[in-house]
Write a protein that binds this ligand. Sequence first.
Ligand code: DGL
Length: 280
Amino acid sequence: MSLTIGVFDSGFGGLTVLRAILPRLEGKLAGTRCLYLGDTARLPYGSKSRETISRYAVSSVEFLQQQGADFLVIACNTASALALDDIRAASSVPVLGVIETGAAAVASISQTMSALVLGTAATIASHAYSSALSHLGLQATEKACPLLVPLVEEGWTDHPVTDEVVRIYLGEALASAKNAPDTLLLGCTHYPLLRQVFARHIPAGMKIVDSADATAARAAELLLPLLTASAPTVSSLTGVSLTAPSLDFYVTDSPTQFQQLGSRFLGRPIDDVTHVALPE
Ligand code: DGL
């Protein structure tokens, strides 16, 4: 038996989660597939209402299940924050979102039990991160940073304008912060690409948690026992060449644009991308 992992995002950003998952799976098994769906025709999700985000996300994960996904990773912070219950209700397979995993990663390192959370307007308005953190006994100061997604998509990850925007957002967030946050939680798929910029502007000693990385680690924790139990494993000791998961990319808008922009998020070239039309 092999496993098909479906990764869903509103667009390109979830490739940061796939990028973090792949090295954890590579060489561990034969025959695993990763499907990635970017709902590029309907992005951004971060400025939309809960009802719209939920409708889009549910139709997207239904597509991934039709393609054979038997484990779903909701890489999009906005969809995880606003639609995870609806997605789970519409899914017959296990679903992992980024909110609980990101919050758990913060809880494992924060000493002041206080975190600063940055995300899209919809994610922050949902207070999904602050309620996940509060379940773990932590306080959160939340800040919507709507300018950062377009800046990253413009390729301005190392640009004075982005540097200044991050400085202003962080300054405002820290000025209103409760209980000396010692951890910054990057609650949006695009923010890992700005990690160095955040690092320049946070107070000395503040740690950065990336929800993409935390989710990839959790996905690997859940999947690897299944894979080694069920798939024909390969090992460098046997002399059999190790197998990387096969990758299939689907988008709801231009495949060419996804190939160009997506390769920056994935950190490797993207060859084949299939266009799909999803029901409204
Ligand atoms: N993927 C979204 C998130 O992580 C950011 C892009 C969007 O707004 O659609 O919140």
